[in-house]
Each structure stands twice: as structure tokens, then as C-alpha cells.
Ligand binder design. Structure first.
Ligand code: FPP
Length: 303
């Protein structure tokens, strides 16, 4: 008798689709410098070079959106001199890269808290965002003074206010509505999250948005990350099977397999729901009450 894990039933769905949104936790600048007997800021400086390389490599590989974690809300706990140095580096990058970004059709946007960022850095960000807003070849998103839990809390508070003001009912709160309140909406969820330096955590980075992302951990420190490491991460991603909580249909029913869908809010992940005699590609969040076709609850979908 077959079990759920019998290969006849537990078949992989399609291989992962192309990476359209890559997110990177750039870790290890400090250790990179310390290992070389250098001050930590040298590691951050080399980290900027690695960002430049990543952008080039992503362009060559046709990845349209790249998000990098440049400064977390927790990074304020670092010594003041390091924080000041980091913001000096960011500002210099935002100013010095402007022309080349526009020339190469690359957009930059920054998300996270703005109120604690030094005014001069804020100005550089605003100018860069304005000048590159029409660029389309690649979108580099920089998370600065960013923390995922905080943005989730802010979204929850906003929705609670809407409920109190009777603008919406609690049951109207959907994943889509919630995602739309996270900063910034309008960008699909990352399919792949890379973290360097051998650490294996998300560290409060895109927690909601990475719910179904594939994770890749690279042992190298960020300043050493190069195109061959990106290629390795993409190869590893391509070799994986993305099921989004569903099971694939038996081998004689290949029509039900699809690759993951994508829409501007990163919602609507395609899920294979298999009911006897019925196949459907639907949003995983869809519960029975949403099912307009009156079909039964899937038998073989689980997380
Ligand atoms: C982690 O290294 C990295 C950061 C705190 C982010 C800084 C990133 C850069 C300077 C790259 C440049 C980015 C842009 C957008 C221009 P760490 O200091 O935590 O390393 P450690 O864990 O070895 O101490």
C-alpha cells in the first residue's frame, strides 16, 4: 500500500522558476577585515564593492529585483564610530553611483525607518530615488534601519485602527491586504534569500515576505562574495522543488503541475490542490469559503 511519502504520490512539482527577486543578507564584513588585521571599516568598504559586483552579476543573469540588508534596526547597538562610518559609506555610495545607475538603467529605492537616519543621508536617498525612479533594467532595494517585526507590527496597528474606525471588518483582513501594508508593497516576494558568512538565520529580515523563499547559506564573508557564489546559489535554487505546501499529482496527471505564480504583491502563489477527480491551481491561502467553484477541500495538501 502506498504512503504519502511513496514516490508515486509524493512527486516533486515543477523545478523552481527563475529568480525574479533575490534578497541578500550581507554578513561578515567585520570578520573579513579582522582576519586580515584591518579595522572593521575596511570590511564595510570592501562590502560596498561586493554590492557593486552583485548588481552587475544580477544584471547579467537577468534578475530584475535585488534587495540587500544594509543596516538593521538592531545595528544601532554598534559603537557610534562604526555607525557613523557606515552611514558615511552609504551616503557616498548613494551620491557617487547616481550617474552610473541612471546610465545603466538601474533603479534604487530604500526602505525601513527614515526618521532616525542622518538628514544628509536622507537627502542623498531622496535624490537618488527620484533620479532613478524610471530606470527599469534592475531594481536595487536597500533595507536601511529595517526590522521585519516592526513593519509587521505597524501593519497590524494600521489594520486595527481601520477596524476600530469600522472601515473594514476583521474577517476582511487577507494576506493580500496585509502584504500591501508592508514596506514597500508592489514588489513580489523574494524567491531566494542568500546569507553569507556561514550564519544560518534570517535576523529579522523580510520575515513575512520570505515565508516561501528558498534559503541559501554561503560560507564566504560578504566582501568575498562574487559571481561564482551567485551562480552556485542560483544552481542550488534551480535544483530545488517548490511545492508551497502542496503535493504534486501522480505522474499520469502532469497537467496540474505549474511553476509558482507571482503578482505585484507577491501573493497568489500557485499551489497544486488535488481532490479526487479534480485538479486546480489556486492560492494556498484560499479557504473553503473563498472557493467559488464549490469544490471539496483538498485531500493531499499539507504543509
Ligand atoms: C554585516 O557585516 C554587514 C553590515 C552591517 C551591512 C553593511 C553593508 C555594507 C557596508 C555593504 C554596502 C551596502 C550598500 C547598500 C552600499 P558585519 O559587520 O555584521 O560583519 P561581522 O558579522 O563579521 O561583524
Amino acid at each position: 500500500m502506498s504512503t504519502l511519502y511513496d514516490t508515486k504520490i509524493f512527486m516533486p512539482c515543477d523545478h523552481a522558476p527563475a529568480v525574479r527577486h533575490l534578497a541578500v543578507i550581507m554578513d561578515g564584513n567585520g570578520r573579513w577585515a579582522e582576519r586580515r588585521g584591518m579595522p572593521r571599516w575596511k570590511g564595510h568598504e570592501a562590502g560596498v564593492e561586493a554590492v557593486r559586483r552583485l548588481v552587475e552579476a544580477a544584471c547579467r543573469r537577468g534578475i530584475p529585483v535585488v534587495t540587500v540588508f544594509a543596516f538593521s534596526s538592531e545595528n544601532w547597538k554598534r559603537p557610534e564610530t562604526e555607525v557613523r562610518m557606515l552611514f558615511g559609506l552609504f551616503r557616498r555610495f548613494f551620491i557617487s553611483e547616481r550617474k552610473s545607475l541612471v546610465r545603466n538603467d538601474r533603479r534604487v529605492s530604500v526602505f525601513g525607518r527614515r526618521d532616525r537616519i542622518p538628514a544628509r543621508v536622507r537627502e542623498a536617498i531622496t535624490a537618488l530615488e527620484r533620479e532613478t525612479e524610471r530606470c527599469r533594467r534592475l531594481h536595487l532595494r536597500v533595507a536601511l534601519d529595517y526590522g521585519s517585526r516592526r513593519e509587521i507590527l505597524e501593519a497590524a496597528r494600521a489594520l486595527a485602527r481601520e477596524c476600530l474606525q469600522r472601515k473594514i471588518k476583521p474577517e476582511q483582513i487577507s494576506e493580500e491586504l496585509f502584504s500591501g501594508l508592508l514596506s514597500p508593497s508592489g514588489v513580489a516576494d523574494p524567491e531566494l534569500v542568500i546569507r553569507t558568512s556561514g550564519e544560518r538565520r534570517l535576523s529579522n529580515f523580510l520575515l513575512w515576505q520570505s515565508a516561501y523563499a528558498e534559503l541559501h547559506f554561503c560560507p564566504k564573508f560578504w566582501p568575498d562574495f562574487d559571481e561564482s557564489d551567485l551562480a552556485e546559489a542560483l544552481d542550488s535554487y534551480r535544483s530545488r522543488t517548490r511545492r508551497f505546501g502542496a503535493l504534486a499529482p501522480p505522474p499520469d496527471r502532469p497537467s496540474a503541475t505549474r511553476q509558482a505564480g507571482e503578482n505585484p504583491r507577491g501573493m497568489g502563489r500557485a499551489t497544486v490542490l488535488v481532490t479526487p477527480g479534480k485538479e486546480e491551481i489556486g492560492n494556498e491561502s484560499q479557504d473553503d469559503s473563498d472557493r467559488s467553484d464549490g469544490s471539496e477541500k483538498p485531500l493531499l495538501a499539507f504543509d
